[in-house]
Design a protein around this ligand. Structure first.
Ligand SMILES: [Zn+2]
Length: 140
């Protein structure tokens, strides 16, 4: 499948921003740059303009989801992006198990399609063992 180039992304972002002034050019370019493998520029443009004309579509993100806004011939070739790090076989941007986790309260919404356990605590400062015990501490 072809790759969207920067010029195409910029042109499409300007078209969409003209249709939907509430969708900023930067946010559209960010979305497109994360989903550069596309069935064709023409099909992406059709899908994007269809979503831009949909007043219930509040952000450009759903452009990249599968759906009837894509032409029928390429509907099953929609870019899925990288795989969810937590759910093998599920694309990160549409991961169903992540959605269920969020609904159950087991996953914060901002970690949809991301590794739930990637946020480790910061390592201690070098030489922390030599630091004096803080005043008022009852340890030791
Ligand atoms: Zn997932």
């Amino acid at each position: 499948m072809p790759e969207l180039n920067e010029r195409q992304a910029t042109m499409l972002a300007h078209i969409l921003n003209n249709i939907r002034p509430d969708w900023t050019i930067n946010s559209i370019i960010t979305l497109l740059s994360k989903n550069r493998t596309i069935p064709s520029f023409a099909d992406l443009t059709i899908a994007a303009i269809t979503k831009a004309k949909d007043p219930t579509c509040k952000t450009p993100a759903p452009i990249m989801l599968p759906g009837k806004h894509w032409p029928e011939t390429t509907r099953n070739q929609i870019p899925t992006g990288p795989e969810c790090p937590d759910h093998t076989g599920h694309p990160a941007n549409t991961c169903g198990p992540c959605t269920i986790d969020i609904q159950l309260g087991d996953r914060p919404p901002h970690l949809h399609g991301k590794n739930l356990h990637q946020h480790k605590r910061n390592p201690p400062q070098p030489g922390w063992r030599n630091n004096p015990t803080p005043t008022g501490s009852t340890t030791n």
